[in-house]
Design a binder for this molecule. Structure first.
Ligand SMILES: [Zn+2]
Length: 276
């Protein structure tokens, strides 16, 4: 082998691991649609993390090798119009706009107990109080970069593709479905797909026994309808920690896990985060 060829091989051997190291952070799939995720690779290489806001909410920014990438959750209610983010970095303040594409979600008819659709005054008041608790959990911000943005499903089982579906309960139109349902028998362990800190736990009218986990930089996961909760607020969870058991508490038509992922307070499709 000639020296030149040997040198070329040595350079290639050096380059490959470097390239792998330079851009190795596991990002979610991009889908710039309502309920999806927009990835914005920022034109900035400084060492201090830029701050990015979208619609008045702080957005996730992660370091991918030398690059900073904003990972923006797009709410299901987002209009089909350009969406602007505001970036503050060492070079100043600038805006970046991106387009939101159309996505038609199907509707789904479900039958549940009448009292879970036409709420009594007492239940309405309860739901109102719970909304405040849920909003507080989803608003949590901790400045830790998640280990990864690819999350294994928290329980084995068939993943529904019902995220975003408009729901008709007992013939009446209600809010769209904001998470992924995974069918699994009651008592199946639910494992934290990613390290995080338990923000809150509780028993909610619609969601039943629920756990909220903060994974850092505005990514909050939610696990609903549990038959048992095994964790406490403030507890740090390593990836794979059992946080509860599958059940059908709250408004559920059968045992399953409802898995919600919120980014900058927008529910996004968990399917975008599941490894291929
Ligand atoms: Zn669900």
């Amino acid at each position: 082998m000639s020296f030149g060829r040997l040198a070329a091989l040595a350079v290639a051997a050096w380059l490959i691991p470097f390239a792998a190291r330079a851009a190795s952070y596991a990002l979610p799939h991009e889908a710039a649609v309502p309920g999806g995720v927009k990835l914005l690779r920022l034109d900035y290489k400084g060492r201090v993390m830029p701050a990015v806001d979208v619609e008045g909410q702080r957005a996730m920014v992660v370091q991918d090798g030398e690059d900073w990438v904003a990972v923006i959750g797009i709410p299901l209610s987002a209009p089909l119009a350009p969406r602007a983010v505001v970036v503050h970095d060492a070079d100043g303040r600038h805006e970046i706009a991106f387009a939101v594409g159309d996505k038609r979600y199907a509707s789904q008819s479900l039958k549940v107990a009448p009292r879970q659709v036409d709420l009594s005054a007492q239940d309405l008041a309860r739901v109102g109080r719970e909304r405040v608790i849920i909003d507080a959990a989803l608003s949590r911000w901790s400045n830790v970069q998640p280990e990864s943005l690819r999350l294994p499903q928290p329980v084995p089982g068939v993943r529904s593709s019902s995220f975003g579906m408009r729901r008709i309960f007992n013939g009446e139109s209600r809010n769209p479905h904001t998470g992924m349902d995974i069918a699994a028998p009651t008592g199946t362990p639910v494992l934290a797909p990613l390290a995080g800190t338990v923000v809150d736990t509780g028993e909610f009218f619609f969601n039943g026994n629920t756990v909220f986990v903060d994974h850092g930089r505005g990514l909050i996961s939610m696990y609903c309808h549990l038959s048992a909760i095994d964790v406490k607020p403030g507890q740090h969870l390593a990836a794979g920690t059992r946080l509860g058991l599958v059940g059908m508490t709250g408004r559920a038509t059968g045992p399953h896990l409802h898995w919600g992922l919120s980014l900058n307070r927008a529910w996004v499709d968990p399917e975008l985060f599941v490894p291929d």
